[in-house]
Design a protein around this ligand. Structure first.
Ligand code: URA
Length: 260
């Protein structure tokens, strides 16, 4: 982790109201230098030819479905072109009986390498967002209590947004995962997850903070951690914290079966 990334994490905590942090000791790296160092200019290779599509989808949520069966049905998936560039299929991880499922967009480079969702920089921030928000309100919630997955299970080239046909094919598996877990609530991280689950074109800014429903299950939309890492936006971080607070209080309160 470089100094700029450490600064961003510390700034996130400061935005949450944790003020006894000394940011002055960390040197500020000019954005341009940091960006150049992190991402040297490279020629983008031409996209590979599309593979033949095998668009035979599994039945929606078969009876007696389990996460193990869904993973077995995905197999060594070649149903869309994302199979060409992937190393590992990133199915999802966490508590299979979770009360809360987080849905992200797609695996990035670290996830593609390790086979688990949200293990890179955005994942570290997601862990902090979950555990920092819960700790601040003395709520017993840790990352491993939740289930975490993505709309598509393979990394898109250059981390581009998944295409509609890729989301449609992989969305069948996400549907089965959510139907199998039947969490008390779902949290869509960012616009792609919100669009895939709610079939809406509304922005995250418009949807966040309010309750939505996915097949009857209460759903909250909030900013994607990558967005919070990219744009230094104290307001968005505060809003994400408010969204998670609202979500966690509902999820952990056994007396509440419906969000307020
Ligand atoms: N971003 C996502 O949307 N999902 C991941 O698993 C990692 C980064």
């Amino acid at each position: 982790m470089n100094a700029e990334q450490i600064r961003q994490y510390l700034e996130y905590y400061r935005d949450l109201g944790i003020t006894d942090l000394n940011l002055a000791e960390i040197p500020k790296i000019p954005k341009t230098a940091a960006v150049e160092a992190a991402a040297p200019a490279v020629a983008v290779p031409a996209p590979p030819p599309k593979p033949e599509m095998d668009l035979i989808l599994p039945k929606l949520a078969p009876e007696g479905d389990t996460l193990a069966k869904i993973s077995a049905d995905i197999g060594d998936c070649k149903r869309c072109q994302l199979c060409q560039g992937r190393n590992k299929i990133v199915f999802g991880s966490g508590n299979e009986k979770a009360r809360l499922v987080f849905v992200g967009e797609a695996p990035g480079a670290d996830e593609d390498e390790q086979g688990f969702p949200f293990v890179g920089r955005a994942g570290q921030l997601l862990t902090q967002m979950i555990e920092g928000t819960a700790a601040k309100d003395k709520l017993p919630l840790r990352r491993e209590d939740c289930y975490i997955c993505n709309v598509v299970k393979c990394r898109p080239p250059e981390n581009r947004t998944p295409l509609p046909d890729e989301m449609e094919v992989c969305g069948q598996f996400l549907y089965r995962q959510l139907m199998t877990i039947q969490p008390k609530a779902i949290c869509a991280l960012g616009a792609t997850a919100a669009k895939a689950l709610l079939h809406t074109k509304d922005s995250v800014t418009k949807m966040r903070g309010n309750w939505h429903r996915w097949h009857g299950i209460p759903m909250m939309v909030t900013y994607h951690p990558s967005y919070l890492l990219r744009a230094y936006n104290a307001e968005a971080k505060k809003e994400a914290w408010l969204d998670l607070r609202k979500l966690f209080h509902f999820v952990l309160d056994d007396s509440k079966t419906e969000p307020e």
